[in-house]
Design a protein around this ligand. Structure first.
Ligand SMILES: Cc1cc2nc3c(=O)[nH]c(=O)nc-3n(C[C@H](O)[C@H](O)[C@H](O)COP(=O)(O)OP(=O)(O)OC[C@H]3O[C@@H](n4cnc5c(N)ncnc54)[C@H](O)[C@@H]3O)c2cc1C
Ligand SMILES: O=C([O-])CC(=O)C(=O)O
Length: 322
């Protein structure tokens, strides 16, 4: 969508073997709370987060908010031990960041410290469906197809943008990207209006427009996409310990997603070469636990790289004509 809006002369086709509701993004809660990419400078991560937050705030403040599945949500991140840094790098991007008061902490007797803030949440499938609609309105196309080798696309497209997430392990033979398995429960509990996240990242309660996401797990190098019933029980019990009213939640569904994890998002150009032929590729994958939190920032950077590829293509076509 970002490419089709920034470079209207570009014809954009999205090709994937799975679309909503069957992607990793559909499993996620879609909360805008950044996760650290250890090998990406913090100022870069902050810029991606700020761009994403500002972009989604604009949608949230428009009449499109409900269809796009974007909403504000306030709540608490709580810690059993006081974190080294009480104020994270993103504290001035979210709204109203502050330490929790003693009165607020009384709800969580096992925890010693907490942060209160308001952030945004993107609900999927609505957000993905809305993006797809916008792409089509901009003249874009959508095809269901599995790609075994990017070179398959060589004769039909000038530039490939690789956003294949965990699929890049096979497609790009990238040994650095690995799954961090996440199991969550989606439950009906419409009285839950505030989010609660344990700072250890293993227990969270995220209310969305239609359901509440309860998490979670972080299992490195585990490719199993089937929900495990004992893990579901553990998640439910941990969430009920933080928010006992969840005991009466209904319609509990377990889902699993594989976070496409790397030490940094791979956001760079690459030229594939076969004989005298070249195929420019812009990679934009490896968003790990934080794809929603930085997606617009990384999309803008990918779009800038595509503009560079277009400039090179135009120059070589000019030269060929001379
Ligand atoms: C349990 C859980 C909770 C999460 N919660 C949050 C959260 O609250 N906030 C947040 O910011 N992030 C969260 N995340 C992380 C977020 O979900 C990911 O960072 C994000 O979904 C990655 O998006 P993606 O588009 O790169 O990958 P995907 O959503 O996996 O999309 C990749 C696409 O590429 C296609 N594809 C791959 N290989 C091929 C191929 N060979 N041929 C054709 N198509 C291919 C797939 O079919 C798919 O359509 C969570 C993740 C999990 C698992
Ligand atoms: O950790 C969280 O708060 C939610 C999330 O991003 C994940 O499970 O990957």
């Amino acid at each position: 969508v970002c490419i089709s809006e920034s470079i209207p002369s570009c014809s954009v086709t999205v090709i994937a073997d799975k679309f909503t509701p069957n992607t990793t993004s559909d499993v996620a809660a879609g909360m805008l709370i950044p996760h650290i990419f250890p090998d990406t400078p913090v100022h870069q991560q902050k810029q991606w987060f700020r761009e994403t937050f500002d972009y989604l705030s604009g949608i949230c403040n428009s009449s499109q908010a409900s269809e796009a599945g974007i909403h504000l949500v306030s709540g608490w991140q709580i810690f059993k031990t006081i974190p080294e840094k009480k104020t994270p790098f993103w504290s001035d991007v979210v709204l109203g960041f502050r330490s929790m008061t003693e009165k607020e902490m009384k709800k969580f007797p096992q925890h010693k410290f907490g942060q209160a803030f308001t952030t945004l949440k993107c609900d999927c499938p609505p957000y993905l469906l809305w993006l797809e609609k916008r792409l089509k309105e901009n003249g874009g196309y959508v095809h269901v197809r599995k790609i075994e080798d990017l070179w398959e696309l060589h004769s039909d497209y000038d530039i490939i943008v690789n956003c294949s997430g965990i699929g890049s392990r096979k497609l790009m033979r990238d040994r650095e990207i690995h799954p961090i398995r996440g199991q969550v429960l989606k439950v009906h509990a419409p009285w839950i209006k505030h989010f609660i996240r344990d700072g250890d990242g293993l227990t969270y309660i995220y209310p969305g427009i239609h359901d509440v996401t309860l998490g979670g797990t972080r299992q490195k190098d585990n490719w199993n996409l089937s929900p495990d019933p004992s893990t579901s029980k553990g998640i439910f019990d941990r969430c009920c310990a933080l928010e006992p009213s969840l005991h009466t939640a209904q319609d509990v569904k377990a889902r699993v997603g594989l976070r496409p994890s790397r030490s940094s998002v791979r956001l760079q150009k690459e030229i594939l070469v076969r004989g005298s032929e070249k195929l420019p590729v812009v990679n934009n994958y490896g968003h790990g636990s934080g794809g929603f939190s930085v997606h617009q920032g990384t999309a803008k950077e990918a779009t800038r790289l595509i503009k560079e590829c277009i400039a090179v293509l135009e120059m070589s076509r000019c030269k060929a004509k001379l």
